[in-house]
Design a protein around this ligand. Structure first.
Ligand SMILES: Cc1cc2nc3c(=O)[nH]c(=O)nc-3n(C[C@H](O)[C@H](O)[C@H](O)COP(=O)(O)OP(=O)(O)OC[C@H]3O[C@@H](n4cnc5c(N)ncnc54)[C@H](O)[C@@H]3O)c2cc1C
Length: 382
């Protein structure tokens, strides 16, 4: 276990945020860290651990207290993602897919009856959620999705395929986007709905402690009451949720980078070459110094943007920028850690090779680097 180093609190953190960070950090050290390598190796999601996270009240961070959540904000959501990712990025991704892609999305789009049916289990972490947007032929170009829904009496019949769906293997309930009369609409779909199946697990490079698979809809039938929000309102749901998702991914990047910085700094103090500690060599100082600067910049950008985002407050430009910067910075810091540790970095023991594999995902999931470039340029040139 790597000793946790103190770091300055972000400017946007209140006392409640500090207490939350302390709670999550302690839980992550005691319960998340010990199981992380095993789940990276087996490529499985620790569903029982998600229920422990739920029991601590950490799933509905952004859900109002009146409905069983913690009633906190996007800064709080970032704190949980950062601290979980410091110990286990793959588990943190499964948490994100559940807490943000499903719970937060579902809550703000859903009505009272839908919330009564799905929210208690989802907040407890005993029901696992996932979100299906991407398709085999359509990822970045999401408006071109091919999954369709048509109304038949008091049901909707859905046809299509979703792919790369985090938690897909383990989930019991899904937020799924499909075109209804050519307008993107959100549906809540339970495992077991007639005509709905999931594929076997898809194997992947990193984030292996979360599962991923396809969702297959072959004349899948769901009750009309499973439409989330309004017919044609899927884009609004999707865009609102993408912002907090991007912040969660940026915060995960920060957690990964902090971990790698801590590992390389300690290693450079303990390891000696040519008669002196590694950290006395100038080239090693460059890896450590630049990594520290990246961590500080990631923290400042991510939390400053998070302080401007809420269910009715949008900051598309800021969230795109935070994830764009943090994704690549985390990958570079993980790569620097592997380099500083040499052969030990390339092997599993210190886990920095895992963090390098895991951090690469943030350059793709939740919007690729190229999607962020396009979004930012579009908004700046409007
Ligand atoms: C581990 C993992 C977990 C995921 N979890 C989920 C999930 O839970 N739910 C979900 O719905 N999706 C999920 N995704 C899917 C993810 O959001 C998509 O992979 C991502 O949006 C990119 O889509 P794509 O893979 O189809 O790439 P494509 O859109 O085919 O793009 C391929 C490449 O071309 C680039 N490109 C595409 N169009 C342009 C353009 N116009 N200009 C310049 N470059 C372009 C892209 O940036 C990318 O580099 C996950 C993906 C991964 C890898």
């Amino acid at each position: 276990m790597v000793a946790l180093r103190s770091e300055p609190p972000s400017l946007s953190e209140t006392d409640d945020h500090a207490l939350l960070r302390q709670t999550v950090r302690q839980f992550a050290q005691q319960r998340v860290e010990p199981q992380a390598m095993e789940h990276d190796e087996s490529g499985t999601f620790n569903a029982a651990l998600l229920a422990e996270v739920g029991a601590l009240g950490l799933i509905g961070v952004t859900i109002p207290e009146a409905d069983g959540g913690a009633g906190m904000d996007a800064v709080a959501s970032c704190i949980v993602h950062e601290e979980l990712a410091y110990c286990d990025p793959g588990f943190a991704l499964g948490y994100l897919a559940h807490a943000l892609l499903f719970v937060n999305n579902f809550y703000w789009a859903g009505n009272a009856a839908q919330r009564a049916r799905h929210l208690p289990g989802a907040l407890a972490g005993t029901t696992i959620g996932a979100m299906g947007m991407s398709e085999p032929a359509v990822g970045t170009d999401v408006l071109g999705m091919q999954t369709v829904a048509r109304q038949v009496g008091d049901t909707y019949v859905i046809n299509g395929r979703k792919t790369f769906i985090t938690n897909g293997v383990d989930a019991n309930v899904f937020c799924v986007y499909a075109k209804l009369d050519d307008r993107i609409t959100t549906f809540v779909i339970e495992r077991g709905a007639p005509g709905f199946t999931t594929s076997p697990k898809i194997s992947k490079m990193g984030m292996r402690a979360s599962s991923m698979c396809e969702l297959v809809f072959e004349d899948a039938v769901v009750p009309a009451s499973n439409l989330l929000g309004t017919a044609g309102g899927g884009i609004t749901n999707m865009m609102r949720n993408l912002e907090i998702e991007r912040l969660g991914l940026a915060a995960m990047s920060l957690g990964m980078a902090r971990r790698c910085l801590d590992v390389m700094t300690r290693y450079a103090t303990e390891r000696r070459t040519f008669g002196k500690p590694l950290h006395e060599h100038g080239q090693i100082q460059r890896y450590i110094g630049e990594s520290f600067a990246k961590v500080e910049a990631m923290r400042a950008l991510t939390y400053n943007v998070a302080a401007t985002v809420g269910p009715t407050q949008r900051n598309r430009l800021g969230t795109d920028a935070a994830k764009l910067f943090a994704a690549t910075a985390a990958k570079e810091v993980a790569d620097a850690a592997v380099q500083v540790l040499g052969g030990y970095g390339y092997c599993a023991e210190y886990r920095v090779e895992q963090f390098l594999r895991d951090s690469k995902l943030i350059e793709i999931g939740g919007g690729t680097l190229e999607a962020h470039h396009k979004n930012i340029t579009r908004d700046l040139t409007r």
